[in-house]
Design a binder for this molecule. Structure first.
Ligand SMILES: [Zn+2]
Length: 245
């Protein structure tokens, strides 16, 4: 593991010199905090057994629109949950306190970086704490959604309240993608943290990075990629807290 230690020292120097870090948090960071990865194979079969339908069928705008009872049963049981953030998120919050963080970018919808104390968070798929009536735009809390009898309805106009999250297959709003692009193009360092589908989804984001400090930390080995300047083959929670001491 000598090589890993060397890389951590290198990362440590990069962070020390940085003023505008963008951290992109991936699925491994989310599951390290104890959240279920709804896209994993094991979970896929459990869901089929339990609901008689697959996650893509249930977790969709089509299901919300046509079978809201089933959508909210799934949403309440499988999507809404609160866990303790893993160590990597606390390291990011500490970096933010030191004025190092430009933005923390995440697709996750559980507000995990904020629970660890971060504020500069760009959740490009939204989050479960924002719920809105699609018709009259009245806002609702997560408790309102949790406590509703089957389907949460707007108190004012009786429409089905919509969690303000981007469901699979839906487009990320343009202004949100613009914020993401601005953050990445202004970054002096980009940290890819526990991103499991390298470049497939974030390729469009990474192309806006102009620097030479793209650091990729993840547990599983990957094919070498020219765009990655430092690759650290370890869990984020093992690396990041050590690199910021
Ligand atoms: Zn309404």
């Amino acid at each position: 593991m000598g090589k890993s230690n060397e890389s951590i020292q290198q990362l440590s120097r990069i962070i020390r010199d940085a003023n505008s870090i963008v951290a992109i948090c991936g699925a491994d960071m989310v599951s390290a905090s104890g959240y279920t990865d709804l896209e994993s194979d094991d979970v896929f079969y459990d869901i089929e057994m339990k609901y008689g339908a697959s996650t893509p069928e249930l977790y969709s705008s089509r299901c919300y629109n046509t079978r809201p009872e089933q959508f909210f049963e799934f949403y309440r049981n499988e999507v809404i949950c609160e866990k303790e953030p893993s160590a990597g998120y606390y390291a990011l919050a500490e970096l933010e306190r030191r004025g190092k963080i430009r933005s923390i970018i995440t697709k996750d919808v559980h507000g995990i970086p904020q629970k660890a104390g971060s504020h500069r968070v760009l959740e490009y798929h939204g989050n479960i704490y924002h719920n809105e009536c699609p018709k009259c735009k009245r806002q609702y809390s997560i408790d309102y959604v949790k406590q509703a009898d089957k389907v949460p309805r707007c108190e004012q106009c009786n429409s089905v309240v919509r969690p303000k999250i981007v469901l699979p297959g839906e487009m990320v709003p343009n202004h949100v993608m613009t914020e993401v692009v601005n953050a990445i193009s202004q970054a002096d360092v980009v940290l890819l943290l526990g991103v499991t589908d390298p470049f497939y989804e974030i390729e469009k984001m990474i192309q806006y990075y102009n620097g030479d400090k793209l650091v990729y930390i993840r547990e599983t080995i990957m094919e070498p990629d020219d765009r990655v300047n430092i690759f650290i083959n370890d869990k984020v929670c093992n690396v990041l807290p050590e690199a910021i001491i």
